[in-house]
Design a protein. Structure first.
Length: 339
C-alpha cells in the first residue's frame, strides 16, 4: 500500500496529534495531507506538570474527534487508508496505550497494517516535512522534554547515538529552571520569552561538559547554579529576565559546541535540529549562524513540528510501511525504549 494515505497518531505525553500522509519523497512535505493537534497544556497547568492519568483520559476524549477532523480536512474516508502508525514509545504508559489501542483497532477493522513508531525517530524525521528536506547522511540534534541526543543518521533507519544526556534533558532543564524562578508550567517557552527581555552578560553560567572531549550532555548542574543565583539576587523582574538570558545562552552555547564536534567527528555537512527545544529562537538563530560560518547546512522543522505532533509519526510510519515493515496484532507499548 505504498501510495495509500497513512494515518499517524501521537499520544505519548500531553499532546494528541493526528495526521494523514501519502508518502511521496519528491512531493512537498513528503506528501503530508492534513494534521490536527490538541494540546492538554491548560489541563495540566494548575498542577505544575503533566498528570499521567489525566493525560490518558484526555487522549481518550480527543483522539477520535481529531481523526475525523484530519480525514475531513484531507477529504478522505477511513476506507481510503493504507495503514495506521502510532507512537509506541518512549512516553507515559497510559497515554501510549490509548494511541496504540485505537490505532490497532482501526487497522484491524479496516484490514490494513499497523506500525508502532519510535517517538524520537518521529522527531528526527520531522524536517523532512518541510521544503528542501535534508538528505542523509546528517547529524541530528534531538532536544525535547525527555531527551538530549546527538545522532548520526547514515540513512533512514540507520542511526548511531553519538551523545546522550547524563541527567536532565534540555527541555527538562528549561522547565525545571523556569519553575524554580516561579514561572508557570510549561516553563520552557515562558523562560525563553523572558530571556528576550534579559540583558546579556549580567549572569554567566558554565557550559557543562564542554571542557573535555565527548558528546554527552549534562544540564542538572546548571539548574543548581541558577537556583543559587536566583536565591542570592534581589529577585526583581529584570533580574529574573537577566538570569533567564544567562541560562539560555549557556544551554545554547553548549549545544553549539557539541554540534560542531559531532559534525567534525562524522564529517557530515548537514545538521538537523528537532524536538521541542528546537523551537527555541536563540538556538535556531545561533546554529544557523554557526552553519554559515563553518560551512554546514542547518534544517529545522516549522515550530509546530518541533514539539509533539502527529505528522512526524505519520511520516516515520509511512516510510516503514512502504518498506514492508509492520507488526503483528499486539498493543504492546515501550515506555522506555532506546532509539
Ligand atoms: O518534543 P516535545 O514537545 O515533547 C517531548 O517529547 O518531550 O518537547 C517539549 C519540551 C518541553 O520541555 C518544553 O519546555 C520545551 O520542549 N520547549 C522549549 C521551547 N518550546 C518548547 N524550550 C525552550 N525554548 C522554547 N521556545
Ligand atoms: Zn517529543
Amino acid at each position: 500500500p505504498a501510495n495509500k494515505p497513512v494515518l499517524g497518531i501521537e499520544t505519548s505525553c500531553d499532546e494528541t496529534g493526528v495526521a494523514l500522509l501519502r508518502w511521496e519523497p519528491s512531493a512537498p512535505g513528503n506528501g503530508l495531507l492534513s494534521h490536527t493537534l490538541y494540546s492538554q497544556i491548560k489541563l495540566h497547568a494548575e498542577y505544575g506538570g503533566v498528570v499521567p492519568e489525566l493525560a490518558s483520559r484526555d487522549h481518550v476524549r480527543k483522539l477520535l474527534p481529531l481523526v475525523r477532523e484530519a480525514l475531513a480536512q484531507a477529504g478522505l474516508t477511513p476506507a481510503d487508508l493504507g495503514g495506521v502508525a502510532y507512537t509506541a514509545g518512549p512516553g507515559l504508559v497510559g497515554a501510549l496505550l490509548v494511541g496504540a489501542s485505537a490505532a490497532r483497532a482501526m487497522a484491524w477493522a479496516l484490514g490494513v497494517p499497523a506500525i508502532g513508531v519510535h517517538h524520537m525517530e518521529g522527531h528526527l524525521l520531522a524536517p523532512l516535512l518541510e521544503e528542501n528536506p535534508p538528505e542523509p547522511p546528517f547529524v541530528a540534534l534531538l532536544v525535547s522534554g525527555g531527551h538530549s541526543m546527538l545522532v548520526e543518521v547514515k540513512g533512514i533507519g540507520e542511526y548511531k547515538i553519538l551523545g546522550d544526556t547524563l541527567d536532565d534533558a534540555a527541555g527538562e532543564a528549561f522547565d525545571k529552571t523556569a519553575k524554580l524562578m516561579g514561572l508557570p508550567y510549561p516553563g520552557g517557552p515562558a523562560l525563553a520569552k523572558l530571556a528576550e527581555q534579559g540583558k546579556p552578560g549580567v549572569f554567566r553560567f558554565s557550559r557543562p561538559m564542554t571542557d573535555r572531549p565527548g558528546l554527552d550532555f549534562s544540564f542538572s548542574g546548571l539548574k543548581t547554579q541558577v537556583l543559587l543565583a536566583w536565591q542570592q539576587s534581589d529577585q526583581s523582574e529584570q533580574t529574573r529576565a537577566d538570569i533567564a538570558r544567562g541560562f539560555e545562552e549557556a544551554i545554547v552555547d553548549t549545544m553549539i559546541i557539541k554540534c560542531r564536534r559531532a559534525l567534525q567527528a562524522t564529517g557530515a555537512k548537514r545538521l538537523v535540529i528537532a524536538g521541542g527545544v528546537g523551537a527555541n529562537k536563540r538556538l535556531r538563530a545561533e546554529l544557523a549562524a554557526a552553519g554559515e560560518k563553518d560551512g554546514f547546512q542547518t534544517y529545522f522543522p516549522r515550530l509546530a513540528f518541533c514539539t509533539d505532533n502527529g505528522a512526524m509519526i505519520a511520516l516515520a510510519g509511512a516510510i516503514r510501511l512502504a518498506h514492508g515493515q509492520h507488526q503483528d496484532e499486539s498493543v504492546q507499548v515501550f515506555p522506555r525504549w532506546d532509539l
